[in-house]
Ligand binder design. Structure first.
Ligand code: NAD
Length: 293
């Protein structure tokens, strides 16, 4: 039976640490960190994610400023609002919740965020600095996973990490961070994706397997070796008539069967999800302290 990597418990601990630091900042007469959230449209999942972020801000004593726009706002209007946030000294960091409507160019929006205020760590300048091991805001989900490894003292040096999924926000930065000489890092990384031939032949070699595909139950027990450390990033809604809501949330890993072979495993929910949110808070605190300016 694997040890659970309790993202919820660790994130609660980090939130308590941040809350203490914020209280000390305020006692010194400094301003409270302020995170702004931008949401375009009415996507219910996006609303839920943004609400979780706002709630987390309140828990640690940050100010949160929410900007809600209708689905049909123009790209130009959104860019103007972002320019105002970039200039606003009260705002330390902000996020633009993805996905955006089709008529708004995601990359153009991401690159308009002032890099110091890019607390999601999506700006291409932050991505480049991350790739060169320079100080920057790290992307929230990979940063949350690194923090989980740190807190559980999971050694990555010399280990074979197999990353399944190569998105710009999870798989690609995760594999860069673990391959570099960060702490944790110095791993040998295999990056796999939808076009990888014979995925199982790669996943079976993993000492550490990280999965971020959005395919429920993709990883089965016969695809992992005994003792593997498993991090499941996936969030998938599947029908479940036994639940009042009619659905439940599962990851990309068949938890019940894989857990029997793993040494450590993240649950879904309460694994990587809360670590992503707390990572956003850590980045916002850094932005407020001007750590990278
Ligand atoms: P994405 O759609 O941008 O990328 C998915 C990646 O998985 C792609 O590289 C694709 O090639 C790969 N892939 C898809 N099917 C595959 C298959 N059958 N075999 C191998 N590779 C395959 O997704 P994303 O934004 O990286 O998100 C992935 C999942 O993680 C989603 O379920 C998302 O909701 C979740 N997510 C969770 C958090 C969190 O905080 N827990 C954060 C971000 C994303």
């Amino acid at each position: 039976m694997a040890t659970l990597l309790d993202g919820k418990g660790v994130s609660d601990q980090i939130k308590a640490e941040i809350k203490e630091e914020v209280a000390a900042m305020v006692a010194r007469g400094e301003k409270r960190p302020n995170l702004a959230t931008i949401l375009v449209g009415e996507n219910p999942a996006s609303h839920t994610y943004v609400n979780h972020k706002i709630k987390a801000c309140k828990e640690v004593g940050f100010i949160s400023t929410h900007l809600q726009f209708s689905e049909d706002i123009s790209e130009e209007y959104l860019l103007k609002k972002m320019d105002a946030l970039n200039e606003d000294e009260e705002i330390d960091g902000y996020i633009v919740q993805l996905p955006l409507p089709d008529h708004i160019h995601k990359e153009k929006i991401i690159d308009r965020i002032k890099p110091m205020k890019d607390v999601d760590g999506f700006h291409h300048l932050n991505f480049g600095r991350m790739s060169s091991n320079l100080p920057c805001h790290l992307p929230a989900t990979p940063n949350g996973i690194l923090e989980l490894f740190r807190r559980y003292k999971i050694e990555t040096k010399g280990k074979h990490v197999v990353m399944v999924g190569a998105s710009n926000i999870v798989g690609l930065p995760m594999s860069i961070l673990l391959a570099k000489g960060h702490n944790p890092g110095d791993a040998t990384v295999t990056l796999t994706h939808i076009h990888t031939v014979d995925l199982a032949s790669h996943t079976r070699q993993a000492d550490i397997l990280i999965v971020a595909t959005g395919v429920a139950g993709l990883i089965k027990a016969d695809m992992v070796k005994e003792g593997v450390i498993v991090v499941d990033v996936g969030i998938n809604k599947v029908e479940d008539p036994t639940r009042k809501s009619g659905f439940r949330i599962v990851g990309d890993v068949e938890f019940e069967e894989v857990e029997k072979k793993a040494s450590y495993i993240t649950p879904v929910p309460k694994g990587v999800g809360p670590m992503t949110i707390v990572s956003l808070l850590m980045n916002t605190l850094d932005a407020a302290k001007k750590t990278y300016s």
